[in-house]
Structure formats: C-alpha cells, structure tokens
Design a binder for this molecule. Structure first.
Ligand code: FAD
Ligand code: FES
Length: 367
C-alpha cells in the first residue's frame, strides 16, 4: 500500500486517551546518548494531543511487564506520527533496552496522551521555555507547535546542557531561530571538552544570565523541565524575584525510580513492623477482585500493599503523574498526594492512584 492511499483523510481516526498499538517507523540518533523513536498506527490515525503531554509505553523486558512514561517530543502540527526522545540513563532498565532493542517495524502498546504540563491549557502571548538535558522534550513539542502553526507567541527558549555534544535538536533549534523573529534561542553549556568550541553561555543559569537573556522574564508564562536540582534552582530564583508562581509550570521526570521508591516504602513498612506497630494502628487493605487482603503499617501505599500480596498493579512514574496505577476504591479513605495523574471526575467516581495513596484506615480496592 502506498503512503498516499494509506493516509486517506476520510478514513483517518483521531487519537484519544487510551491504549493503542503503534509501530516504530523511524529511529534517529540525536546525540551520543539520546535517540528519537517515531511511531505511526497501522490504521490511519492522526495523533492530536496538547504539546507537552506524554505517553506511557507498555513493554515486556526479560519476561517482566514494565511501563515507563515518555513525553511526546513531536508536535501535533505533524499529526500522522508522533515521536519520543529518550536519553540512556546509566544502569536504567527501560531507556537502555529501548536504545538497544527497539527498531523500525516493532509494534508496542502505548497509553495516553495525558498530562497537565502543556501549552494549550496555559495560553500566553509571551513564554519562557527553560529546560535542562532531556527535559527539553516537552518544551520542544510546544516550540515546534507554535513554530509550525505561526502562533502569535513571543518565545524565549533557554536550554542547558552539560557540553555542546549533549545539545539535543541543536540544528533544528538554530534553524527555527533563523526563520522567525519570535523565537529567541539561548544555549548554556556547563562545560566543554578538549576539541569542542563554544561561544555561548557557560556554567549554570543564574539571575544575571536570566536578566541578560530575558529582561522581561517577570512578564512571561514559564514552562520548565529538567533534572530535579535544576528545577529547584529555577524555582528558588523566581520566588526570590517575587514571580507569580501561578504562571510557572514544571514537569518532573522523576527523581527516584519507582523500584527504589517501592523498596524504600517496603523498608519503611518493615522498619515499622520491626518497631512493632500496635495492631490497632495497622490498616487492612482488602483487594476484593482477588479476595486477598493484608494489614499494613501507616504510611505504606496501596500499591506497595498489593505488591506484598504478589498483585501486580501496573505502575510507570510512581509519583502520581501518569495515571497508570489507577484502581477503584470501593470502601474506606486514603490520602492521595498526586501530581495531576487523575481527573476530578475519576476521583468523584472512586478511583485512586495506588502509587501515591496511603490508607487512612481500612480500605477496599476492586483489584
Ligand atoms: C511524565 C514523564 C515524562 C518523561 N519523559 C521523558 C522523556 O521525554 N525522555 C526521557 O529520556 N525520559 C523521560 N522520562 C523518564 C522516563 O520515564 C524514565 O524514568 C527514564 O527513561 C529512566 O528509566 P529506566 O528504566 O531506564 O531507568 P530505571 O531502571 O528506572 O533506573 C533509573 C536510575 O535508578 C538507578 N536504579 C534503578 N534501580 C535501582 C536500585 N534498586 N538501587 C539503586 N539505583 C537504582 C539506575 O541505575 C538509574 O540510574 C519521563 C518521565 C515522566 C514521569
Ligand atoms: S504510576 Fe504513575 S500515577 Fe501511579
């Protein structure tokens, strides 16, 4: 089938939040440790989403089901495919597996698109994009969207990388800056290596640099994504300036991998058990779908309780962003500290995110 007959706009479907099978159609090496994977559906489909949103990949590695979230780095202005851009994390299970194994033609299920961190829900005439490392992906999607759609948005794009060789989308960013007036690019490198030349900013983004780069930063809507210390530093800087933090939006890729969080939670629970938590303080978590139940120490999540019983509730981000671990609570109360991974409607219906919900007494979960 030729592309022309395949991409028939009349029979094309529109992507909506859910589980979809997609085929990897292209893999592009962006830098020495960053790779972009492009996907299309086997049925003609337009991938509309809000620039900045993410998908969650459903994978099987070494016979184990595993899920991870990745921002859509492409723009919905190029809607017949979408891309994710992945950095190898030293020792990381999924990122390295994808780099080493995912190839053209492979089919995999993805969940999404979802995410509150996006350029559509916070419209503004002037924006400041701040990113560090692979945190560039959501703001690149936003910038590509405004660029392609001739958005009347004044963009200042500030990206920090370790060294020139680590700058993701370097050529495309320069191309965009050379084509339109309303896209100002500023690249900052922490260091540069022997043989590398660099005439841009050096070091870390600080007050002085920000004032030079965007003297009007106080008037801008700010979208920030990067390593946790980077985002903390930016937040501190803005707060010190009295910036209206309602206009500051950030996305965390997760400081602690879910496995470690689970371990920490389990250790906390074991420690609590070792300290002989009075039986009256233990909460009963009853999984009605499987007829299993367990008493857990205060502070232990519903997800950790399920894991102790050998129940595998899918989990990706481990911090209430992605919605992968959503389950129905039919009785009892929990404290849920989520980061936007669940809608108010879902909460009203009784759903909770098991990774970040701690029972406040005995609870029943339909799982
Ligand atoms: C909303 C969202 C969007 C994201 N978008 C992107 C994106 O666009 N691009 C991108 O590259 N990433 C993105 N991420 C991050 C991504 O989901 C993964 O977290 C990342 O790829 C690392 O996964 P991994 O399986 O390779 O690493 P993991 O296996 O989860 O390990 C992460 C780190 O922890 C260490 N580690 C693992 N287990 C242990 C242990 N038991 N003890 C000690 N250390 C341990 C590893 O060595 C490694 O350094 C996003 C995350 C979220 C939540
Ligand atoms: S695993 Fe992402 S919200 Fe729980």
């Amino acid at each position: 089938m030729t592309t022309n007959t395949f991409l028939n706009p009349v029979t094309t479907q529109t992507w909506s939040n859910g589980r979809h099978l997609v085929r990897c159609v292209k893999a592009i090496q962006e830098t020495w440790d960053v790779r972009t994977f492009c996907f299309m559906a086997d049925q003609p489909m337009v991938f509309f989403f809000k620039p900045g949103q993410f998908v969650t990949l459903e994978l099987e590695i070494d016979g184990q089901p595993i899920m991870r979230s990745y921002t859509i780095s492409s723009s919905p202005s190029v809607p017949y495919s979408f891309s994710i851009t992945i950095k190898r994390v030293p020792g990381g299970k999924v990122s390295n597996w994808l780099h080493d194994n995912l190839k053209e033609g492979d089919v995999l299920p993805v969940h999404g698109p979802v995410g509150l961190f996006n350029a559509i829900d916070f419209p503004a005439d002037k924006v400041l994009f701040l990113s560090g490392g692979v945190g560039i992906t959501p703001v690149m999607s936003m910038a590509r969207w405004f660029f392609d759609t001739n958005g009347n948005v004044d963009m200042v794009f500030v990206h920090s990388a370790r060294a020139p060789k680590d700058i993701i989308y370097h050529r495309e960013l320069r191309h965009m800056a050379s084509r339109i007036e309303n896209f100002k690019l500023h690249l900052i490198c922490e260091k540069y290596e022997i043989g590398e030349t660099w005439s841009g900013y050096r070091g870390y983004l600080n007050q002085r640099m920000l004032e030079l780069i965007a003297p009007d930063f106080m008037e801008r809507e700010i979208f920030c994504c990067g390593p946790t210390p980077y985002m903390h530093a930016i937040k501190r800087l803005l707060e010190a300036n009295g910036f209206d933090m309602q206009r500051y939006h950030e996305e965390a890729f997760g400081p602690t991998p879910p496995e470690i969080r689970a371990e920490v939670t389990e250790h906390a629970a074991e420690a609590a058990e070792a300290a002989e938590v009075p039986a009256a303080d233990l909460n009963l978590v009853n999984f009605s779908g499987t007829g299993k139940s367990i008493r857990v120490a205060p502070g232990e999540t519903v997800h950790a309780a399920a894991a102790k019983l050998g129940l595998h509730i899918p989990k990706a981000c481990g911090m209430g962003i992605c919605g992968t671990c959503k389950v129905m609570k039919t009785a009892g109360e929990v404290s849920m500290e989520h980061n936007g991974g669940i809608t108010d409607e879902d909460v009203a219906e009784g759903y909770i995110l098991s990774c970040c919900s701690v029972p406040r007494g005995d609870v029943t979960i339909d799982y």
